[in-house]
Design a protein around this ligand. Structure first.
Ligand code: UDP
Ligand code: MG
Length: 326
């Protein structure tokens, strides 16, 4: 144990006013107990990242950060998305923290696992993954789409930790290496295993959202899955190419068949097969173009090298805040 170890907990929040007061309470409690037991430094703190919320999320964070020196807030200038909010938080605390834990605001992840994360960190692990035991609390739909996603992405050779979301601990050097991944569409849970550091898993039961609604509607979920896959694998393009070759082969077969028929003076009726082929092949071509478009789109966004987030207020350095900067 080393009471010099400064822990930062980073919490992305998007329209979380319903749950935030409880989250603040629960996380503060766990942080306090770790500090009191001299497991972590008394300078440890929680950073709430407001990802452009339209509700009272920022006011809640702001008020709390003024009342409690262990709470800080980062206000992004607009909604940049869950992953970018996490990146903003991690990069902001990286100068201070010896280890960083990221956790969602909705208390779905078991905060008691935080203590185990820290223990694992002291055992020498640079990365600690929170892995949920089951998906009983998920809706039927979420459970099976998530399962299908993990299966698919594993088939494509992407190394993901099953049933692990963004509840994890990173050591200072893991954070430092993580920050060298500058891609615009950063799929964090795909990158962390690539760092190659020694990692541990901590299993926990995932709860239902404490309050509020999921901020991942179907459309965002699909986008997230497509981004996850296309950022890591060109398997879809290869698949499209194989299908293309297959279609050409079938086409060749049909041509031979038609030629033989012509030799034997048979007329070809088959309007159905013709119209079906047109639609099916047309559809496949569009899909193929779509897949390629997805990659070209990625190249386009990556070449622009735009910043991934913009900070409007950081209570750690905000001049309106009378707190000493850390
Ligand atoms: N979130 C965010 N920006 C967004 C969407 C979500 O910062 O654009 C945060 C949200 O406040 C929560 C976490 O990301 O803390 C995970 O979102 P949510 O719990 O809604 O996702 P789910 O658990 O339903 O997958
Ligand atoms: Mg959630």
């Amino acid at each position: 144990m080393n009471e010099e170890t400064l822990l930062s907990i980073v919490v992305p929040c998007y329209n979380e006013e319903a749950v935030l007061p409880e989250t603040i309470k629960v996380l503060t409690k766990i942080l306090e107990s770790l500090v009191n037991e001299e497991i972590i430094s008394s300078q440890s703190f929680i950073l709430f990242v407001d990802d452009g919320s339209a509700d009272k999320t920022w006011q809640l964070i702001r008020t709390q950060s003024e009342a409690d020196s262990a709470i800080h807030g980062l206000k992004l200038s607009r909604n940049f998305g869950h992953q970018n909010a996490l990146i903003a938080g991690i990069e902001t605390v990286s100068d201070h923290a010896d280890c960083v834990i990221t956790i969602d605001a909705d208390l779905q992840d078991d905060v008691r696992a935080i203590r185990t994360f820290v223990n694992k960190f002291y055992e020498g692990y640079d990365v600690v993954y929170g892995v949920r035991k089951g998906r009983d609390q998920d809706t039927f739909f979420k459970k099976y789409t998530a399962l299908a996603f993990y299966k698919l992405i594993a088939k494509m050779g992407v190394n993901l930790v099953q049933n692990h979301a963004d509840f994890r601990l990173l050591s200072r050097r893991a954070v430092r290496e993580f920050m060298r991944y500058q891609e615009e569409n950063l799929f964090i849970r795909g990158i962390i295993p690539l760092l190659g550091f020694r990692s541990a898993k901590v299993y926990y039961d995932r709860q239902k959202r404490y309050a509020g609604e999921s901020k991942y509607p179907l459309k965002k979920m699909i986008q997230f899955a497509v981004d996850g896959i296309t950022s890591f694998s060109i398997a879809p393009i290869k698949l499209v190419m194989s299908i293309g070759f297959l279609l050409v082969l079938v086409g060749g077969g049909i041509a031979v068949y038609a030629f033989l028929n012509w030799l034997m003076d048979h007329t070809i009726s088959g309007w159905t097969s013709l119209i079906l082929s047109i639609w099916i092949i047309g559809g496949m071509q569009l899909i193929a173009i779509g897949v390629i478009g997805e990659y070209i789109g990625k190249i386009f966004t990556e070449t622009k090298k735009r910043p991934r987030y913009t900070i409007e207020i950081n209570t750690m350095y905000d001049e309106n805040n009378d707190k000493e900067p850390l």
